[in-house]
Design a protein. Structure first.
Length: 89
């Protein structure tokens, strides 16, 4: 399980991205890269990480299911994900 501080930090980053989205789009349209570089680093959408919805793990994240590979495997084996069956793991 991820530390609560990491999850909260990611939420703050998402809030910062949302706050500066319009400004970033405007500066990109004008191609004003000098002003764009003056914005906070966490205003870039690339700084927000995908995290597992159950454990908060950021590595091996499966976008289609919204969880990490470990959580996905456990849920699939227990039959908690509809349409996913065990083939050859």
């Amino acid at each position: 399980m991820a530390k609560v501080a990491w999850i909260e930090r990611n939420k703050r980053k998402a809030g910062t991205v949302k706050k500066y989205a319009a400004i970033r789009a405007e500066l990109k349209a004008k191609r004003d890269y000098a002003a764009l570089s003056k914005l906070p680093r966490n205003a870039s959408p690339g700084r927000v990480l995908n995290r597992c919805s159950m454990t908060g793990r950021r590595h091996a994240y499966l976008r289609k299911f919204g969880c990490s590979r470990l959580t996905f495997r456990e849920a699939a084996l227990n039959g908690l994900i509809p349409g996913v069956t065990k083939a050859s793991w």
